[in-house]
Design a protein around this ligand. Sequence first.
Ligand code: SAM
Length: 223
Amino acid sequence: MTLFDQIQSDPFASDRQRMVEYQLRGRGIRDERVLDAMARVPRHEFVPERFHAQAYEDHPIPIGYGQTISQPYIVALMLEALALEPTDKVLEIGTGSGYQTALLAELAASVYSIERHAGLAQNAERVLAKLGYTNIVVLVGDGSEGLPQDAPFDAIIVSAAAPELPSTLVEQLRDGGRMVIPVGPAHAQELQLVQKQQGQLLVSYLEGCRFVPLITGQGYPSE
Ligand code: SAM
């Protein structure tokens, strides 16, 4: 398919390419698998229709239930830090719109994604099925408990802020696994990369960030 055909069939193809070049590559994202996936996945399909024109802009967008789809750069930063292999089994906490879930499905073998709002989970499932993804399971529940029956995971990505590192999720990471999670008080957090190596945790700090809170269990007590 030529670039002209692509633009004809997807009116957002050039917006998406600009997002990749200026917001992601321009800010230091270097992982070509992540950049390719973000150049492919139609982000506008995951936001309400009235926000389609803003889908590739450099900010979060409301998706209902008081929640947001994260800024593209933050999504790319988290995915790059996870260093996913095509054979990986991934756990995602906070499906939201399902956009990041689609990217995980492009980069890994299988994705289990947990969302506490049933309405968001249903919407995400609908869009993901429409786009043809078959390696994703979306579940409704409290993701701070993880998914012990399917653990251990090669990678865990948490898209809501936790006051501290949730030990339950750390336990569900396999040795050699990686977790990316925003940790800190409700108004501002630090994005952390947690690597489990021979039973030890190696924690590095990626960037300051502000996520919606991880609710209940090992997260914040209420919305
Ligand atoms: N990455 C998502 C996307 O691409 O649209 C955006 C995620 S949004 C920033 C955070 C999500 O985490 C919200 O949808 C919220 O309902 C969900 N969430 C918060 N606490 C949760 C919990 N304990 N279990 C599961 N989901 C939770």
